[in-house]
Design a protein around this ligand. Structure first.
Ligand SMILES: Cc1cc2nc3c(=O)[nH]c(=O)nc-3n(C[C@H](O)[C@H](O)[C@H](O)COP(=O)(O)O)c2cc1C
Length: 174
């Protein structure tokens, strides 16, 4: 499969660690590309609606090439730190910009990884999972997994051997 991973964190921390564990398992059998929104030049959605009647977004930045990659993927992995009880702005930026070609994202296989500084029974993970549940229903996604992890310091998740193995196994089992 072609797997696109959207990394919602700008720091080389827990979200990246989680992504790398997943990639370790998944890379043998799949073609993988990681999108790093903070390294791209993407303006936020203006809600102009022009995209609904023309080809893609009117912004002449990295929006359309990025959405091309997402639309061409068989699977999308959304990975994000928890920021203020929700996904990060970096990830939400990309999701909002997919509005112009939302229907091209129908029927994708999808996974989510969320890392937050509070224990995984806290409300934020449920809120984020529910938001993805709604998107999945709307776009007929095959939601393969939704994983939440608790880690605060940059290198904390890498010390969680159970989490590392779980993510590698998820990647292997794709
Ligand atoms: C702006 C900001 C807001 C945050 N808000 C929350 C929050 O609401 N709930 C939570 O559990 N952790 C919160 N955190 C902690 C991060 O989710 C946590 O440190 C995570 O491991 C960061 O992932 P990273 O290392 O990939 O950047 C916040 C961190 C930042 C920088």
């Amino acid at each position: 499969m072609k797997v696109i991973i959207i990394n919602g964190s700008a720091r080389k921390g827990n979200t990246l660690t989680a992504i790398e564990a997943f990639v370790k398992g998944a890379s043998e059998k799949n073609e993988i590309e990681i999108i790093e929104p903070d390294k791209l030049n993407i303006a936020p959605c203006k809600g102009c609606g022009a995209c609904q009647c023309s080809k893609g977004c009117v912004d002449k930045d990295d929006t359309n090439p990025t959405i091309d990659k997402i639309a061409a993927a068989d699977m999308i992995l959304f990975a994000t730190p928890v920021y203020w009880w929700g996904m990060s702005a970096q990830l939400k930026l990309i999701i909002d910009k997919c509005y112009c070609r939302g229907m091209q994202l129908k029927n994708k296989k999808v996974g989510t990884i969320v890392v937050g500084g509070s224990p995984v029974d806290s409300i934020q993970y449920e809120l984020i999972d529910k938001q993805f549940d709604c998107m999945a229903k709307y776009l007929s996604w095959d939601l393969l997994f939704q994983k939440s992890y608790y880690a605060t310091a940059k290198d904390e998740l890498s010390k969680n051997q159970d989490a590392m193995k779980e993510l590698e196994d998820i990647g292997k089992d794709l």
